[in-house]
Design a protein around this ligand. Structure first.
Ligand SMILES: Nc1ncnc2c1ncn2[C@@H]1O[C@H](COP(=O)(O)OP(=O)(O)O)[C@@H](O)[C@H]1O
Ligand SMILES: [Mg+2]
Length: 417
């Protein structure tokens, strides 16, 4: 009841409210609300919030900040109901969450929470969230029904021991996703008589564009799997996949942006392990950021492709990445460098620069992919791999050769056993 006292509309009109079990558990939020709004905000308990939001005055609120921690997960339905009331009154909802499971977070976002900030609040994040809600809105996209032809009907085998091939862009825009998507498609088509089982995991969980490049819907299946890896089995994993043109099986990134560290190394281990037992090749599109689970992927990887370009940005990032891996004693020797937008054969000064880049980083550049021009971008926009739209494109040719050599090496290893 004491909390209601703070809601008296004087002296300053109340434009926002925090809603929590006990706001004292979120003292950084109190500080940030004060610096953003001065005196013009109030604080409500969960119990009082519903009654307050039902009053006509509540419509004057610009937003509510619902702060929850893991203890509040049992009242998810009530919190969802509050979000519903707020939405109905066109009051924005910012979710502040401490140690809340990804599945709970995800449900709350689905129930209509417009924005999410982890707690402890990162510097300036409440300010940014308020800025965002003051901007004109783009309607949220509900998860679309998946068309029948995209549903994976492939049965789990559980008897494979797949080759794990991550692709990690040393800097953004260096073609990691394009390489991952096309490499996966080339592998899926490498042997018409005896096609290997290929799966593509989009683990660039925030900005993953595999779904764009293959024109598949983004799905939340990946978070559903990752938030409860204990109950993940071959069947639930297979059901989470979508199929591209009958041959390639894809785990697309979710529609909402959630923090990358919400997923643990153990979750990723289990995911990749499950993929390995059901597929011959597992191509993984990695986020550019190094995260807690990069290590799990490095350990599971047979080789770890890194895309870079011939510029200072890539050179410096590569150096930083190698140093970071070495200092953590991670298997940096698995890195295979792919130079994208490489200079043409005839460009002698360009070739000299490639040589100097490799020398200064003390790396071997295993593959050079030339600029494939507009057709590459168009093929991505059309949601098709290069093989389908521009089979003679120089970029496609290099990725095709890479797929061939991977398959040959793998087959030799299998028959050699
Ligand atoms: N070799 C290339 N030639 C022409 N365009 C390319 C090439 N590699 C990538 N692109 C284009 O560059 C953009 C960024 O590529 P993308 O694969 O999304 O990068 P990343 O995943 O590393 O951020 C895309 O529009 C893609 O079509
Ligand atoms: Mg990408």
């Amino acid at each position: 009841m004491s909390s209601n006292a703070m809601l008296q509309p004087e002296p300053a009109p109340i434009v926002a409210c925090t809603i929590s079990r006990d706001v004292q558990n979120f003292d950084l939020l109190i500080d940030d609300m004060e610096s953003e709004l001065g005196e013009s905000w109030g604080d409500l308990s969960f119990e009082d919030a519903a009654a307050f939001l039902d009053q006509p005055e509540a419509s004057q609120l610009e937003f509510v900040a619902i702060a929850i921690d893991d203890h509040d997960e049992e009242r998810l339905a009530d919190i969802g109901a509050l979000i519903g009331i707020a939405n109905a009154k066109e009051i924005d909802v910012i979710l502040i969450a401490q140690e809340v499971s990804p599945i709970a977070l995800h449900q709350l976002l689905r129930m209509g929470a417009g924005d999410f900030i982890p707690y402890p609040l990162p510097e300036g994040e409440l300010h940014n969230a308020i800025d965002r809600l003051r901007k004109p809105k783009i309607p949220a996209q509900a998860e679309p029904e998946v068309p029948q032809e995209m549903r994976s009907t492939l049965k789990a085998t559980g008897d494979r021991n797949g080759v794990v091939l991550p692709v990690h862009g040393i800097s953004g825009g260096t073609g990691a996703t394009t390489v991952a998507v096309n490499l996966a498609w080339e592998l899926a088509n490498i042997d018409k008589k005896n096609p290997p089982r290929v799966c593509l995991l989009d683990l660039d969980l925030q900005f993953g564009s595999v779904s764009t490049y293959l024109d598949l819907p983004r799905r939340d299946a990946v978070y559903e799997l990752l938030s409860d890896t204990n109950s993940m089995d071959n069947e639930s994993f297979m059901q989470a996949l979508l199929t591209f043109n009958d041959k390639l099986h894809v785990l697309t990134a979710p529609a909402d942006i959630l923090p990358l560290d919400i997923v643990t190394a153990e979750d990723i281990d289990k995911l990749v392990e499950t993929a390995r037992t059901n597929f011959d090749y597992i191509v993984i599109d990695m986020p550019t950021t190094l995260v807690a689970w990069t290590e799990s992927i490095l350990h599971q990887a047979h080789v770890y492709f890194s895309t870079l370009e011939l510029d200072m940005r890539s050179a410096q990032n590569a150096l930083r990445m190698i140093r970071a891996l070495k200092s953590e004693e991670l298997p940096y020797e698995k890195l295979r460098y792919i130079l994208n937008r490489a200079p043409k054969f005839t460009d002698l000064t360009g070739k000299g620069r490639v040589k100097r880049l490799a020398e200064s980083l003390d790396i071997v550049i295993e593959l050079q992919i030339p600029d494939g021009g507009k057709p590459v971008v168009q093929s991505g926009d059309h949601g098709l791999p290069l093989m389908e739209t521009a089979a003679k494109n120089p970029m496609r040719k290099e990725i095709h050769k890479l797929a061939q050599s991977i398959h040959e090496v793998n087959q030799a290893a299998e028959t050699g056993r």
